[in-house]
Design a protein around this ligand. Structure first.
Ligand code: MEV
Length: 306
């Protein structure tokens, strides 16, 4: 049984696609996968009712093919890979990346192959490309490595980097799904088009996000959650400036702050998906979760960083 967790991007979504750093945290919710020898390669996903072979005209089949191709041995056994998904898809929590990493891990285990978590994250890039076209790699690296880290996309052949942050205090978070799913691929193209049209404005905005990441890293290292929350609110304002927020996400952030959250923002691609709120402690996180429940079909408290 292989498990890979989802992630929340606390700072820097979209800017990370365009070379700025992002600060992300792994979450305990994710995807479990098993691989067992079978007569033919087959991929099943619960609770989605997916049951496909690798040659079907379907993104999950193409992604499965990419994972099988990591074992380029024509005489290898065939596998039935089963994935159990414990997070909503299309919600900005890195569901596809967690699935890719868990499937690759399960196939490696079945073949007796040991792969370093970072290598597993890199290996899942081919899986992510099926869904996202131009992924920065932050989702698959976080699914493979976890913890809290600053991620930088590699460019011009240089490798991506993932620098873990030592935290003084763990971060009590509330994740709330707006119920509106969105396509990361479409959101990334929409922001890229804005960048091409207005390179100066959007470039400055991305630079602003990069400085939030630097300050947030210091605040997390100091255990200054109040400062981290304020920086999250600032990042949310910048994301709204890229038209990534929705009325529902704004309402979730507002209710979370009114219920005592230190800061709140959308997380992931936006245009729907999830918001994340930072709280002082788990009791306060429970109060925020309760306040959000009537608004959001999926709300969870998750502590991250230790
Ligand atoms: C999606 O979780 C985060 C984005 O920045 C896309 C990416 O980094 O690949 C929107």
């Amino acid at each position: 049984m292989a498990f890979a967790g989802g992630k929340v991007i606390l700072f820097g979504e979209h800017a990370v696609v365009h070379g700025r750093p992002a600060l992300a945290a792994g979450i305990a919710l994710g995807v479990e996968a098993t691989a067992t020898e079978a007569d033919a390669d087959r991929f099943t996903v619960a609770p989605w009712g997916v049951d496909i072979g690798p040659d079907r005209d379907h993104d999950l089949a193409r992604a499965f093919r990419a994972a099988l191709d990591l074992h380029a041995d024509p005489n290898r056994p065939r596998y039935h890979v089963h994935a159990d998904v414990g997070i909503p898809g299309g919600a900005g929590l890195g569901c596809s990346a967690a699935m890719g990493v868990a499937v690759i891990h399960a196939l490696d285990d079945a073949r007796g192959i040991t792969r370093d978590p970072r290598d597993r994250g890199e290996a899942a890039m081919a899986w992510e490309r099926v869904f996202h076209g131009n992924p920065s790699g932050v989702d698959n690296m976080m699914a493979a490595v976890g913890g809290i880290a600053v991620y930088h996309r590699g460019h011009d052949g240089s490798p991506s980097t993932l620098d873990p942050i030592r935290v003084r205090r763990s971060l009590p978070l509330v994740v709330a799904f707006s119920g509106e799913s969105s396509s990361t691929k479409e959101m990334v193209s929409m922001v890229t088009r804005q960048y091409e049209r207005e390179p100066e404005r959007v470039g400055e905005l991305f630079d602003g996000v990069a400085s939030l990441v630097r300050n947030a890293k210091l605040a997390i290292q100091d255990g200054d959650l109040r400062a981290v929350g304020q920086l999250m609110d600032m990042n949310q304002a910048l994301l709204s400036g890229l038209m990534l927020s929705t009325e529902k996400l704004e309402a979730i952030c507002k209710v979370a702050r009114e219920a005592g959250a230190l800061g709140a923002k959308l997380t992931g691609a936006g245009g729907g998906g999830c918001a994340v709120a930072l709280c002082e402690d788990t009791e306060s996180a429970e109060r925020v979760r309760a306040a959000l429940e009537p608004l959001a079909p999926f709300t969870r408290v998750t502590e991250t960083g230790r």
